[in-house]
Ligand binder design. Structure first.
Ligand code: AMP
Length: 211
Protein backbone atom coordinates (compact mmCIF):
# COMPACT_ATOMS: atom_id res chain seq x y z
CA UNK A 1 0.00 0.00 0.00
CA UNK A 2 1.12 3.51 -0.82
CA UNK A 3 0.74 6.36 1.68
CA UNK A 4 0.47 9.96 0.55
CA UNK A 5 1.37 12.72 3.01
CA UNK A 6 0.36 16.37 2.43
CA UNK A 7 3.05 18.75 3.62
CA UNK A 8 2.66 22.51 3.95
CA UNK A 9 5.53 25.00 4.12
CA UNK A 10 4.77 27.56 6.83
CA UNK A 11 6.54 30.23 8.88
CA UNK A 12 8.62 28.40 11.49
CA UNK A 13 6.75 28.00 14.77
CA UNK A 14 9.51 29.80 16.70
CA UNK A 15 9.41 32.96 14.56
CA UNK A 16 7.76 36.05 15.98
CA UNK A 17 5.15 37.00 13.37
CA UNK A 18 5.32 40.53 11.91
CA UNK A 19 2.39 42.15 10.12
CA UNK A 20 3.27 43.83 6.79
CA UNK A 21 3.32 47.66 6.94
CA UNK A 22 0.33 47.84 4.53
CA UNK A 23 -1.57 45.36 6.77
CA UNK A 24 -2.20 43.06 3.79
CA UNK A 25 -0.87 39.98 5.58
CA UNK A 26 2.13 38.73 7.53
CA UNK A 27 5.74 39.26 6.50
CA UNK A 28 7.21 36.15 4.86
CA UNK A 29 10.32 37.55 3.16
CA UNK A 30 13.57 36.89 5.07
CA UNK A 31 11.62 34.80 7.55
CA UNK A 32 12.56 31.22 8.47
CA UNK A 33 10.11 28.76 6.90
CA UNK A 34 9.70 25.11 7.95
CA UNK A 35 7.48 22.09 7.56
CA UNK A 36 4.17 22.58 9.36
CA UNK A 37 4.61 20.69 12.69
CA UNK A 38 1.41 18.64 12.25
CA UNK A 39 2.63 17.61 8.77
CA UNK A 40 5.88 16.39 10.37
CA UNK A 41 3.75 14.21 12.64
CA UNK A 42 1.78 12.94 9.61
CA UNK A 43 5.01 12.07 7.79
CA UNK A 44 6.48 10.39 10.89
CA UNK A 45 3.36 8.22 11.17
CA UNK A 46 3.56 7.25 7.50
CA UNK A 47 7.23 6.30 7.95
CA UNK A 48 6.45 4.21 11.04
CA UNK A 49 3.68 2.38 9.16
CA UNK A 50 6.10 1.68 6.30
CA UNK A 51 8.84 0.53 8.70
CA UNK A 52 6.37 -1.89 10.31
CA UNK A 53 5.90 -3.49 6.89
CA UNK A 54 2.33 -2.34 6.35
CA UNK A 55 3.10 0.11 3.54
CA UNK A 56 5.42 -0.07 0.58
CA UNK A 57 5.92 3.58 -0.31
CA UNK A 58 5.57 7.05 1.23
CA UNK A 59 4.94 9.93 -1.17
CA UNK A 60 5.16 13.51 0.15
CA UNK A 61 3.20 16.21 -1.70
CA UNK A 62 3.18 19.97 -1.31
CA UNK A 63 1.36 22.81 -3.04
CA UNK A 64 2.92 26.26 -3.10
CA UNK A 65 5.82 28.35 -4.39
CA UNK A 66 9.16 27.02 -5.65
CA UNK A 67 10.67 27.05 -2.13
CA UNK A 68 8.32 24.19 -1.14
CA UNK A 69 10.93 21.95 -2.77
CA UNK A 70 13.21 22.64 0.23
CA UNK A 71 10.46 21.52 2.61
CA UNK A 72 9.86 18.40 0.52
CA UNK A 73 13.61 17.73 0.57
CA UNK A 74 13.39 17.74 4.39
CA UNK A 75 10.57 15.20 4.11
CA UNK A 76 12.72 13.04 1.84
CA UNK A 77 15.58 13.31 4.36
CA UNK A 78 13.21 12.14 7.11
CA UNK A 79 12.52 9.06 4.95
CA UNK A 80 9.83 9.70 2.33
CA UNK A 81 10.54 7.75 -0.86
CA UNK A 82 9.65 10.46 -3.35
CA UNK A 83 7.81 13.75 -3.58
CA UNK A 84 5.50 15.76 -5.79
CA UNK A 85 5.56 19.55 -5.85
CA UNK A 86 2.58 21.38 -7.29
CA UNK A 87 3.97 24.78 -8.16
CA UNK A 88 1.60 27.61 -7.33
CA UNK A 89 3.04 31.04 -6.52
CA UNK A 90 0.10 32.52 -4.59
CA UNK A 91 -1.76 31.36 -1.51
CA UNK A 92 -4.79 29.12 -1.91
CA UNK A 93 -7.85 28.46 0.23
CA UNK A 94 -8.20 24.99 1.79
CA UNK A 95 -10.90 24.03 -0.73
CA UNK A 96 -8.52 24.67 -3.64
CA UNK A 97 -5.77 22.69 -1.87
CA UNK A 98 -8.27 19.88 -1.26
CA UNK A 99 -9.19 19.81 -4.96
CA UNK A 100 -5.53 19.64 -5.97
CA UNK A 101 -4.91 16.87 -3.42
CA UNK A 102 -7.92 14.99 -4.81
CA UNK A 103 -6.39 15.15 -8.32
CA UNK A 104 -3.07 13.87 -6.92
CA UNK A 105 -4.82 11.03 -5.08
CA UNK A 106 -6.66 10.04 -8.25
CA UNK A 107 -3.36 9.94 -10.14
CA UNK A 108 -1.31 8.16 -7.43
CA UNK A 109 -4.02 5.94 -5.89
CA UNK A 110 -2.66 5.75 -2.31
CA UNK A 111 -4.40 3.52 0.24
CA UNK A 112 -4.10 6.22 2.89
CA UNK A 113 -3.88 10.01 2.78
CA UNK A 114 -2.30 11.60 5.86
CA UNK A 115 -2.48 15.32 6.63
CA UNK A 116 -1.82 17.52 9.63
CA UNK A 117 -4.94 18.46 11.57
CA UNK A 118 -4.17 22.11 10.78
CA UNK A 119 -1.55 24.39 9.33
CA UNK A 120 -0.12 26.73 11.97
CA UNK A 121 -0.13 29.77 9.63
CA UNK A 122 -3.84 30.09 8.85
CA UNK A 123 -5.08 27.62 11.50
CA UNK A 124 -7.85 26.59 9.09
CA UNK A 125 -8.29 22.93 10.07
CA UNK A 126 -10.31 22.30 6.91
CA UNK A 127 -8.22 20.65 4.19
CA UNK A 128 -8.37 17.05 5.47
CA UNK A 129 -12.11 17.15 5.98
CA UNK A 130 -12.68 18.72 2.56
CA UNK A 131 -10.49 16.30 0.63
CA UNK A 132 -12.20 13.36 2.38
CA UNK A 133 -15.57 14.81 1.34
CA UNK A 134 -14.43 15.34 -2.26
CA UNK A 135 -12.99 11.81 -2.49
CA UNK A 136 -15.99 10.33 -0.62
CA UNK A 137 -13.46 8.54 1.61
CA UNK A 138 -13.97 7.91 5.34
CA UNK A 139 -12.05 10.30 7.58
CA UNK A 140 -10.48 10.16 11.04
CA UNK A 141 -9.46 13.62 12.22
CA UNK A 142 -7.29 14.62 15.22
CA UNK A 143 -5.73 11.16 15.37
CA UNK A 144 -3.70 10.31 18.48
CA UNK A 145 -3.31 6.61 17.55
CA UNK A 146 -3.50 4.81 14.22
CA UNK A 147 -3.53 1.03 13.76
CA UNK A 148 -3.74 -0.46 10.27
CA UNK A 149 -5.07 -3.92 9.53
CA UNK A 150 -3.91 -4.74 6.02
CA UNK A 151 -5.82 -8.01 5.83
CA UNK A 152 -9.19 -6.47 6.67
CA UNK A 153 -8.25 -3.20 4.92
CA UNK A 154 -9.28 -1.07 7.90
CA UNK A 155 -7.65 1.63 10.02
CA UNK A 156 -8.53 1.99 13.69
CA UNK A 157 -8.11 5.61 14.75
CA UNK A 158 -8.23 7.07 18.26
CA UNK A 159 -9.26 10.71 17.94
CA UNK A 160 -8.93 13.47 20.47
CA UNK A 161 -12.39 14.96 21.04
CA UNK A 162 -13.73 17.38 23.67
CA UNK A 163 -14.94 14.63 25.98
CA UNK A 164 -11.78 12.50 25.74
CA UNK A 165 -11.03 9.86 23.11
CA UNK A 166 -13.23 8.44 20.38
CA UNK A 167 -12.27 5.28 18.46
CA UNK A 168 -13.27 4.95 14.81
CA UNK A 169 -12.85 2.03 12.46
CA UNK A 170 -12.34 3.28 8.90
CA UNK A 171 -12.46 1.25 5.69
CA UNK A 172 -9.41 1.92 3.54
CA UNK A 173 -8.71 3.98 1.53
CA UNK A 174 -9.19 6.74 4.08
CA UNK A 175 -8.08 10.22 5.11
CA UNK A 176 -6.46 10.70 8.53
CA UNK A 177 -5.40 14.02 10.07
CA UNK A 178 -2.84 13.98 12.84
CA UNK A 179 -2.94 15.52 16.31
CA UNK A 180 0.00 16.50 18.51
CA UNK A 181 0.20 13.37 20.65
CA UNK A 182 0.30 10.83 17.79
CA UNK A 183 4.10 10.59 17.77
CA UNK A 184 7.39 12.43 18.14
CA UNK A 185 8.80 13.17 14.67
CA UNK A 186 12.39 12.13 13.98
CA UNK A 187 15.22 14.43 12.99
CA UNK A 188 16.81 13.87 9.59
CA UNK A 189 20.29 12.40 10.02
CA UNK A 190 23.23 13.65 7.95
CA UNK A 191 23.49 10.46 5.84
CA UNK A 192 19.76 10.67 5.12
CA UNK A 193 20.07 14.36 4.19
CA UNK A 194 22.75 13.33 1.67
CA UNK A 195 20.61 10.44 0.38
CA UNK A 196 17.62 12.75 -0.04
CA UNK A 197 19.51 14.81 -2.59
CA UNK A 198 19.17 12.00 -5.12
CA UNK A 199 15.48 11.27 -4.45
CA UNK A 200 12.94 12.38 -7.04
CA UNK A 201 10.73 15.45 -6.66
CA UNK A 202 8.23 15.37 -9.52
CA UNK A 203 6.49 18.52 -10.75
CA UNK A 204 2.71 18.38 -10.54
CA UNK A 205 0.35 20.84 -12.15
CA UNK A 206 -2.35 22.64 -10.21
CA UNK A 207 -5.20 21.07 -12.14
CA UNK A 208 -8.70 20.61 -10.90
CA UNK A 209 -8.86 23.31 -8.25
CA UNK A 210 -10.60 25.87 -10.45
CA UNK A 211 -13.59 23.54 -10.83
P1 AMP B 1 -5.39 23.60 7.01
O1 AMP B 1 -6.73 23.02 6.64
O2 AMP B 1 -4.97 24.73 6.08
O3 AMP B 1 -5.27 23.98 8.46
O4 AMP B 1 -4.29 22.47 6.73
C1 AMP B 1 -4.43 21.16 7.23
C2 AMP B 1 -3.46 20.24 6.55
O5 AMP B 1 -3.71 20.24 5.13
C3 AMP B 1 -1.98 20.60 6.65
O6 AMP B 1 -1.42 20.14 7.87
C4 AMP B 1 -1.42 19.84 5.45
O7 AMP B 1 -1.28 18.46 5.74
C5 AMP B 1 -2.51 20.02 4.41
N1 AMP B 1 -2.22 21.22 3.60
C6 AMP B 1 -2.71 22.47 3.74
N2 AMP B 1 -2.18 23.30 2.84
C7 AMP B 1 -1.32 22.57 2.08
C8 AMP B 1 -0.45 22.84 0.99
N3 AMP B 1 -0.34 24.06 0.46
N4 AMP B 1 0.28 21.81 0.48
C9 AMP B 1 0.18 20.56 1.00
N5 AMP B 1 -0.61 20.24 2.03
C10 AMP B 1 -1.36 21.23 2.57
Amino acid sequence: MKIMVAIKRVIDYAVKIRVKPDKSGVETSNVKMSMNPFCEIALEEALRIKESGRASEVVAVSVGPAQCVDTLRTGLAMGADRAIHVDYPGSLYPLSIAKILKALVEAEKPGLLLLGKQAIDDDCNQTGQMVAGLLKWPQGTFASKVVLDEEKQVATVDREVDGGLETLCLDLPAVITTDLRLNQPRYATLPNIMKAKSKVIKKGHPTGFER
